[in-house]
Design a protein around this ligand. Structure first.
Ligand code: PHB
Length: 369
């Protein structure tokens, strides 16, 4: 019998060897400056967490229109690219492989953060209901998005390509495409947010077209096996609804097989954005989609060391992400390896602010343990 993988076995992603199967998944922390330029504080944060075999950046926006919140980093300006370089270099120097997560929020944005002050864009003029936008002045309703024209779509596809080229220039080893959590790509996939009657709506072939066009564009700037795709097949967070999620996401996974991308990153059904919830009634089992995929699978969402080892042992996952545990335990791999106690997450400093709740969580070495 083949020996089963453990979190501390190496793995290969995109032709690069990872020193373990532990992933820092994308986590919005809002410590860039007001122009989306990474800061020295971010360098410290990523360096601290570079014990992960694979480090994936927080969602990084591909254009000024792509953002929902202030202080989220971007990869569209020369200043941003220059400021990412030391951040990426710091994590690579510690031995991690480092990917940039490319993000466009679509209808989850708001006119108050749009460069032209107009409502955000989306596949169809359908507003998010049941959730409220986190504005600088508190929670407010989402707006009805403007329907993207085919010319707008072509422009966004181009912007993904430019951001990928910028990611390579900043030193990232690869990119992860954020196609999860009801953001722009997921808005095209789900029939609850896409009622277009052109080539980008209606049939599964049409609703998945935008995703395929973006992947094709990214692959003009880096090898296909350095591109990962993140999906949240069961999440209804931010009004992400589809009449048949199982058929939708199994179709997407089969299409990803044809591209031969580097990895598929699946968010567990119990995750709604950044919190743990009950599994939705129409959830699609992670193991079912993972089994459909021919390449490397990362699974993230609410796992601890023991449940992660089970995912590796039963073959569901090749790598496992730990988000909230990594926020409060910068040296999480070392703590797992030595069975050291884990630091609890504090509620302050998750989004925005300075070092507090960001870079001030202790590592074992620093505390003398
Ligand atoms: C968040 O800011 O809470 C957030 C951002 C991106 C996600 C999910 C949650 O994909």
């Amino acid at each position: 019998m083949e020996p089963k993988n453990s979190l501390f076995d190496t793995a290969v992603v995109g032709g690069q060897r990872l020193r373990n199967r532990i992933v820092l998944p994308p986590l919005t922390r809002s410590r860039a400056d007001d122009d989306g330029v990474p800061t020295p504080l971010m360098e410290e944060y990523y360096r601290q967490r570079a014990g992960a075999g694979l480090v994936i950046s927080e969602g990084t926006v591909i254009a000024p229109q792509a953002t929902a919140y202030t202080r989220v980093p971007g990869l569209y300006s020369a200043e941003q690219v220059a400021a990412w370089r030391p951040v990426v270099e710091a994590a690579k120097r510690e031995g991690a492989v480092v990917y940039a997560q490319l993000w466009h929020v679509g209808r989850q944005s708001h006119s108050s953060v749009q460069p032209d002050g107009l409502p955000p864009n989306g596949p169809s003029p359908i507003a998010i209901t049941g959730y409220q936008y986190r504005s600088a002045n508190g929670r407010i309703p989402y707006e009805t998005p403007r329907e993207l024209t085919t010319a707008d779509i072509a422009e966004i596809v181009q912007a993904y390509g430019t951001a990928a080229r910028n990611a390579v220039s900043a030193g990232f080893d690869g990119v992860e495409l954020h196609a999860a959590n009801g953001y722009l790509i997921d808005q095209f996939l789900n029939d609850g947010s896409n009622c277009r009657t052109d080539l980008y709506g209606g049939s599964l072939e049409n609703r998945t077209r935008f995703l395929r066009e973006v992947i094709t564009e990214l692959a003009r700037h880096l090898p296909m096996d350095r591109i990962g795709v993140r999906l949240s097949p069961s999440s209804d967070w931010m009004d992400a609804h589809d009449s048949d999620k199982r058929t939708l996401y199994s179709t997407v996974v089969r299409q990803l097989n044809d591209f031969r991308i580097g990895y598929l990153h699946l968010v567990e059904p119990e995750i709604a954005g950044s919190t743990t919830v009950d599994r939705p009634a129409d959830s699609v089992p992670t193991a079912e989609l993972a089994a459909l995929f021919d390449g490397v699978v990362i699974v993230t969402g609410g796992h601890d060391q023991a449940s992660a080892e089970r995912l590796l042992a039963d073959g569901t996952a090749d790598l496992v992400g730990f988000g909230r545990l990594f926020i409060s335990n910068p040296d999480l791999p070392r703590r797992f390896q030595t069975q050291a106690p884990l630091e609890p997450l504090r509620p302050t400093g998750i989004y925005g602010g300075g070092p507090e709740g960001y870079t001030d969580y202790p590592s074992l070495a620093a505390s003398g343990a």
